[in-house]
Write a protein of this length. Structure first.
Ligand SMILES: Nc1ncnc2c1ncn2[C@@H]1O[C@H](COP(=O)(O)OP(=O)(O)OP(=O)(O)O)[C@@H](O)[C@H]1O
Length: 304
């Protein structure tokens, strides 16, 4: 059974309430692979402008949810709706990934997918060019419209690479960059398509502590400076708890809890879900408990 720990639990699974501006919403999304139910009636409500984290033990269904939102998978049941900022709503269920991207959702992947033989700049320019109005013929003929589009995508790529901290590595081959830099490059490339929602699939995986701190700052700046809503899958609990406005927890394809980081980290169903899972997840639960104890100690001090 879903345990909602937000104060707005009545809204879960129902239609968008008039006073909540939801950018992305799912109703009862169910995805099956043969006899395995990877997502089981999942209701997601993402507010415009928020950083929403999706956590859960290995195999909980997090990537399946991302794949369903971005068109890589088509759930057998349910509804997925995106509400662009200029109004209206678009059904995403069954849409092709490039259509979903054009509508305003961009993602990164758990396993980095860059053009590893191209430079950092070229990787981002290719993504920026998907937003160009110039057609292939005008690009081939070098018509003024195409030259202008080329200049704009070049400027955009430079700006974004600076934004993610790769301005000194523009001309380095993507495959030769450090793991952390490749993750930043993937984020720049996703941002080049000008998304309203950015989906980050385990961006901290494989990064060192310094890179994690930089990533934390970057996610915040994407949210506040670029005004992009961020949906984040992450195993690193410290990062999740520090950066997310709200957290949704999946286990065995079901939503088991949802709320602010402090609400979720105190939730028995969340602790229970993580106990007995992989070593990585067991470490995560230790982080949750330690964070909670630290918070309780601070609250006690504040109360004195
Ligand atoms: N293409 C697929 N074919 C068959 N089963 C799949 C497929 N994709 C996901 N699954 C199954 O769905 C379940 C959820 O997997 P998913 O990758 O969504 O979990 P996750 O929470 O992202 O896990 P992790 O944290 O390990 O990445 C798993 O049992 C997985 O084996």
């Amino acid at each position: 059974m879903t345990t909602d720990v937000t104060s707005e639990s009545a809204a879960v699974g129902g239609p968008a309430s008039a006073d909540t501006d939801l950018v992305l919403e799912t109703w009862d999304v169910t995805l099956r692979f043969g006899g395995l139910t990877s997502l089981d009636h999942v209701n997601l409500q993402m507010r415009r402008g928020e950083i929403l984290a999706v956590i859960g033990p290995n195999g909980a269904g997090k990537t399946s949810l991302f794949n369903s939102l971005t068109g890589a998978y088509t759930p057998q049941e349910g509804k997925i709706v995106f509400r662009p900022k200029d109004g209206g709503e678009k059904s995403l269920l069954g849409s092709k990934p490039h259509i979903v991207n054009r509508l305003g959702l961009a993602r990164t992947f758990q396993n980095i997918r860059l053009f590893s033989a191209l430079t950092a700049l070229e990787n981002v320019k290719i993504a920026a060019e998907t937003r160009l109005k110039a057609g292939p013929v005008s690009i081939m003929l070098g018509l003024p419209k195409a030259r202008k589009a080329e200049r704009l995508s070049d400027e955009r790529a430079h700006r974004l690479l600076k934004f993610v901290g790769l301005e000194d590595k523009l001309n380095e081959i993507a495959g030769s960059l450090s793991y952390g830099d490749q993750r930043s490059l993937e984020i720049a490339r996703a941002l080049a398509t000008d998304p309203q929602v950015l989906l980050l699939d385990e961006p901290a995986a494989g990064t060192n502590p310094t890179e994690k701190l930089e990533l934390e700052g970057l996610i915040r700046r994407i949210n506040t400076e670029l005004g992009v809503s961020v949906l984040l899958i992450e195993h690193d609990m410290r990062l999740v708890m520090s950066v997310a406005d709200r957290v949704m927890v999946l286990n065995f394809g079901k939503k088991i809890a949802e709320g602010t980081p402090s609400e979720v980290q105190q939730h028995p169903a969340v602790i229970e879900a993580y106990l007995g899972s992989s070593a990585e997840d067991a470490a995560a639960v230790q982080e949750i408990i330690a964070e909670h104890e630290h918070q309780s100690a601070s609250d006690a001090e504040d109360g004195q």
